[in-house]
Design a protein around this ligand. Structure first.
Ligand code: FEO
Length: 404
């Protein structure tokens, strides 16, 4: 892949990771990119680095444009390993460059590298760096999504270097949103934005709203949003901003999903009349089996739907392990404005449905109670109860959705 000029003198010099499928436990079936950017102004500036495995690629890209020893400034917007771990290799080529980083970023970088070799300037919101025709303005965005995170704004070019914000895990030969939509599909791109948001940024909704409001307050209206993953937003930057505001405000579809696992198909059998009851009440319903569906897809679908029912058999008096794992993921992501309920089969003592509700309560989710349990295998009468359970859930879901 060659470098990509997103605007005169502003180049993408990153790397495409076509192969990654496990991104620290988050499944990335479409791979990802590690984006960094080189600005060829009077004072040559590199914005971010890439994951260490791809150092050679970004160095090759930089060398195709300039002798790396001429790099005068290196901005590190975020120190997570997928962005900062080739700093060592970069600084070996431009040892006199100054690194611009947030105070918490510097403290974090100290834990990974011998930083005493390098020159730093600690920056905070409002600090600027003039590099010739262009100015870089730093904006701290703590906890979006790490404490060190910041963005860099270039007013002359209208480019916002947004680090993880507005990214997508998409490996593609297309570098921009318009190119991706033309060559692949805007539907795939929209889906990748939601997937990324749900799996990474879901806990930070209010911070995202505050950050976007702060950009407006600072008069920042980007012509181009250049994230550190996925395509660059140059055709429709406002679209991704609007999409983030909607997601951060708790937007969801009036739809139900059923997330379940099963031992001997009894809990699975319950999903059929429950889904029918939901659909017969005029609500779309999708059914997702845990061991057949990647966790990132479950989380994305959970996030898109206003209501979810979890189906879990009882195993050793508690939830089925895959259901517990799913709820552990979701607890960490702190979803809001969603209604949930539980059902399942058991053999003797039961316990999984009760434990599910205890978990939902800890998560602060709206409860659809009581859950429904059947012993061993659903009878015809049990199936009728399951159908009614689905109908009642749909009724409650519609009432709850109307509040938003
Ligand atoms: Fe893409 Fe927070 O790293």
């Amino acid at each position: 892949m060659k470098v990509f000029e997103l605007k005169k003198d502003f180049f993408w010099v990153g790397a495409i990771d076509w192969a990654v499928r496990d991104f620290h436990g988050y499944e990335t079936p479409r791979g990802t990119t590690y984006n960094n950017y080189l600005i060829l102004d009077q004072e040559i500036t590199l914005v971010d680095t890439v994951k260490h495995d791809f150092s050679g690629i970004t160095v090759k890209h930089i060398k195709s444009l300039v002798d790396p020893s001429q790099i005068k400034h290196v901005v590190i917007n975020h120190i997570e390993n997928d962005h900062a771990t080739s700093i060592d290799d970069i600084m070996a080529l431009c040892p006199d460059a100054t690194i611009y980083i947030s105070e918490r970023g510097k403290r974090g970088l100290d834990r990974f590298f011998d930083t005493s070799r390098w020159r730093f300037r600690i920056v905070k919101t409002g600090d600027t760096l003039n590099i010739g025709k262009n100015t870089l303005q730093f904006i701290e965005t703590p906890m979006l999504h790490w404490p060190d995170s910041m963005m860099t704004w270039c007013p002359e070019a209208g480019i916002l270097f947004s680090q993880d914000g507005f990214g997508q895990h998409l490996a593609s030969s297309a570098r921009s949103d318009d190119e991706f939509s033309r060559c692949v599909s805007s539907v795939v791109l929209d889906d990748a934005v939601i997937d990324y948001y749900a799996n990474i940024l879901m806990p930070f909704g209010q911070l995202i709203l505050d950050a976007i409001a702060n950009l407006k307050k600072l008069g920042i209206e980007p012509e181009i949003i250049a994230p550190d993953h996925g395509v660059i937003w140059r055709a429709h930057p406002q679209k991704v901003l609007d999409s983030y505001v909607a997601m951060a405000s708790g937007k969801a579809d009036l739809r139900a999903i059923i997330v379940y696992d099963t031992m001997w198909h009894s809990t699975e059998q319950m999903t059929v009349p429950i889904a029918e009851g939901i659909r017969d009440s005029g609500v779309d319903c999708r059914v997702l089996k845990l061991r057949a569906t990647p966790m990132n897809v479950i989380i994305k679908e959970f996030w898109k739907a206003r209501g979810t029912l979890f189906g879990t058999p009882t195993l050793n008096n508690i939830m089925y392990p895959t259901v517990a794992e799913c709820l552990t993921h979701l607890r960490g992501l702190r979803p809001k404005n969603r209604i949930v309920g539980a059902f399942g089969s058991y053999g003797w003592g039961g316990g999984a449905v009760k434990e599910s509700y205890e978990t939902f309560t800890k998560m602060g989710l709206e409860l659809f109670e009581p859950g429904i349990q059947v012993i061993y295998r659903p009878s015809v009468e049990d199936e009728a109860k399951c159908y009614q359970f689905g109908k009642d859930f749909a009724t409650r879901l519609k009432e709850y959705h109307a509040r938003f």
